[in-house]
Ligand binder design. Structure first.
Ligand SMILES: [Zn+2]
Length: 237
């Protein structure tokens, strides 16, 4: 898998804030999430696909999850269970205190490809509980409580008919439709924002940078703008 030819927003934040390599981290269920996180290998901490946490920073819980990932038979062999990825990320959050953490899950896509709508709904309930746990954990930790923003989104939509809802690709209507949810101290509680001018996946990086007080224009002038609805009115562009 090819890497981006330009620094990603994760690399940009680390460099601009002068953070250590463990202060920015990616946890992914599919190994491709490590490659697509940065333009250079080893730019910051990644743990993706079937991978253990290095022993020098491994807690007992990380070691247990590290063993478990090889026992849980995920639906497809390409990715490990999201239960492992999420709980490793949560443990890393507590132990390493990163400033920027990217958690990339993928089981909703797997169950849909398998045409298991029943399991997809079950999984969405599991994911909802992950989100609750993540938010409650953040609010329970000094340094994060009241100072942390969660940005939740999806990398693509999928078909919208009874036949093609399992797939996503160019030419399948609905594949380009995504949603973005933002919650944190700098984001007004607007509930669902609609109708609203279309925002794009390319706008997520600039939005994230605004929460760090960094200049999106210095990152990549060709990337999208910050999403105004995610920011307080007085800090909107
Ligand atoms: Zn897919």
């Amino acid at each position: 898998m090819k890497r981006y030819p330009h620094p990603t927003v994760l690399e940009f934040v680390r460099r601009q804030l002068g953070l250590g390599k463990r202060q920015v981290a990616t946890f992914g269920s599919w190994e491709g999430f490590a490659t697509l996180s940065s333009s250079e290998e080893g730019a910051f901490f990644t743990n993706a696909g079937y991978e253990r946490v290095p022993s020098e920073i491994e807690t007992a819980r990380m070691a247990y999850l590290g063993d478990l990932q090889f026992e849980i038979m995920a639906l497809w062999e390409e990715g490990r269970s999201d239960a492992v990825t999420f709980n490793l990320a949560l443990e890393y959050l507590r132990a390493q205190r990163p400033r920027l953490l990217y958690i990339a899950l993928d089981e909703s896509d797997d169950w849909a490809h398998a045409r298991r709508y029943d399991r997809l709904l079950d999984y969405i309930n599991v994911f909802d509980a992950y989100l609750k746990t993540l938010w409650e954990t953040v609010q329970s930790l000094d340094g994060y409580s009241g100072r942390t923003t969660l940005i939740v989104t999806t990398d693509h939509g999928r078909g919208i008919t009874p036949t093609d809802w399992v797939e996503h690709d160019e030419g399948i209507e609905g594949s380009a439709d995504i949603w973005i949810a933002v919650i944190g101290p700098d984001t007004p509680d607007r509930g669902e924002v609609a109708p609203y001018p279309t925002v794009h996946q390319a706008d997520v990086a600039a939005t994230l940078l605004r929460f760090f007080g960094l200049d999106p224009g210095a990152f990549n002038p060709e990337a999208g703008p910050p999403i105004p609805a995610a920011l307080q009115a007085d800090s909107a562009p």
